[in-house]
Design a protein around this ligand. Structure first.
Ligand code: PRP
Ligand code: URA
Length: 205
């Protein structure tokens, strides 16, 4: 299932993220803001429980989040930029990391690191801003499923149609939440119009 974040504020933030004159400090802030919107959208079906409370005026029944903890698994390096928004709004989050790096010539991702908290029985969100060929996301979803995640969600800022197709083919159970679906990949497997190399723009490398 592909879900697009359709919101005028998301369009506004994306436009500034794409702009090549945006500096890393602003880029990081914009990535934070857009991920916050994606985090709200990707968690809109979280279970809640009734909670009787008293306001200063009367007794009422509220709703609080249920007890299923959230795990965010960031694909290094660019996915790190998407962790803090989840930590800032959800009361119970643990974080895992999967290190994957695309080869500059073949665009095939190589795994170099993996550190995961327990995943069984938890809601697992794999985060990576760019879904290009889908190779990195597919590998990360493989890893989290092997470690106990059921129906993990993939949260990305920009996706190419090729990447969505690849992830859906390998992981039909994984829903894919994206800020925007772009046109295509170029011959070097970069997303068009895209925003360039997210990790480089984030960290000024
Ligand atoms: C980027 C991006 C994704 C990957 C997407 O990372 O953050 O992880 O490319 O491409 P794919 O869908 O074709 O696999 P990169 O490999 O450049 O590493 P970095 O985050 O360390 O810069
Ligand atoms: N990774 C990026 O950072 N950008 C792209 O366009 C493709 C992969």
């Amino acid at each position: 299932m592909l879900r697009l974040l359709e919101h005028p504020l998301a369009d506004h933030i994306l436009t500034h993220l794409r702009d090549k004159t945006t500096k890393p400090a602003t880029f990081r802030t914009l990535a934070y803001q857009l991920t916050l919107m994606l985090a709200f959208d990707a968690t809109r079906d979280l279970a809640t429980e009734e909670r009787p409370i008293e306001t200063p005026l009367e007794a009422t029944i509220g709703h609080v989040l249920g007890h299923q903890p959230i795990v965010v698994v960031a694909i290094l390096r660019a996915g790190v930029s998407m962790v803090q928004p989840f930590l800032d709004v959800f009361p119970e989050v643990s974080v895992g990391y999967v290190g994957l790096e695309r080869d500059h010539v073949t665009a095939v991702a190589r795994s170099y690191y993996c550190k995961l908290p327990p995943l069984a029985g938890r809601r697992v969100f794999v985060v990576d801003p760019m879904l290009a060929t889908g190779g990195s996301a597919t590998q990360a979803l493989d890893v989290v499923k092997r470690n106990g995640a059921v129906a993990p969600r993939l949260v990305c800022i920009i996706a190419a149609p090729e990447g969505v197709a690849e992830v859906t083919r390998h992981h039909p159970d994984a829903s894919v939440h994206v800020g925007v679906l772009d046109r295509a990949l170029n011959e070097r497997k970069y997303i068009l119009p895209g925003l360039g190399d997210f990790g480089d723009r984030l960290y000024g490398t």
